[in-house]
Write a protein that binds this ligand. Sequence first.
Ligand code: XMP
Length: 326
Amino acid sequence: MNGNVRPESMTRISTPELAEAFINEQIAEIKAQVGDRKVLLALSGGVDSSVVAALLIKAIGKNLTCVHVNHGLLRKGEPEQVIKVFKDEMNANLVYVDAVDRFLDKLAGVDDPEAKRKIIGKEFIDVFVEEARKLEGIEFLAQGTIYPDILESDGIKSHHNVGGLPEDLKFELVEPLKLLFKDEVRVVGRTLGLPDGMVDRQPFPGPGLGVRCVGAITRDRLEAVRESDAIVREEFAKAGLSNHVWQYFTIVPDFKSTGIRDGKRSFDWPVVIRAVNTVDAMSATIEPIDYALLAKITERITDEVKGVNRVLYDVTPKPTGTIEWE
Ligand code: XMP
């Protein structure tokens, strides 16, 4: 596909048959562009990079190297899912980098939100560059750019995700999804055999759980974010809300309050639940959650998540609140 403009005649990919046709066309284009040369991809496990990976694996197999950086700020089960789906099931050439300690050590004691973002962004590029330089003969870089990224090049994603690769790693780009909208990417992903949990994922910020562990990140509070987030996702799924609410997650602020547990006073963190709906993430409304569901989630979080004694529901729209807390 040439150019960055979606032709008006292009059919919206809404069925497996249309996705199949798109996949075949892209495989031919990728083969024509890349031949038997090597391609590198930063695979976060998000929808876009996962679909690019699955497409390239089909087109060029082991000539694609996927690098998955675990920065310790991913949601529960995500790194394991990337390994299972891409390495075990699709037999991909996957480099898994456990950079958890490296990121958390760099972030220790840093409480300024912008400083945290900068560290996470810079460290991510550094780790990726180190891994890329270990590889021989790479000539292309694949990216999960989608059409809204091109249309809104000054929008949310580019506003948040700054940083670039050094000159020696500025490879020719392979961007097979660049004319697709998100819903089309999901249909293509499903047709390529990716699991629903991966294809239907809600948006997740680059700095991950780091912006939800408010203030200076500690491992125990980060664990409270991860575990409470997993409970909210599980309960939303059971209640049939996963594909109905745009984004939902938990935040753990860096203060404690008094509570009571087993007849004794406790001094623990609160967990804040946030569930929002939006069209473009520039403004957002609050999902009115059924009280029984909130009560159930509260009971599970206070029972199962270490160091937490309260659960709050954030009812602030954007504006005045941003969607994330940092
Ligand atoms: P805010 O908090 O600005 O978030 O209302 C708007 C949307 O952007 C997501 N977000 C990010 N996405 N990198 C991203 O790719 C980031 O650094 C980042 N920070 C926030 C946020 O999850 C919400 O969907």
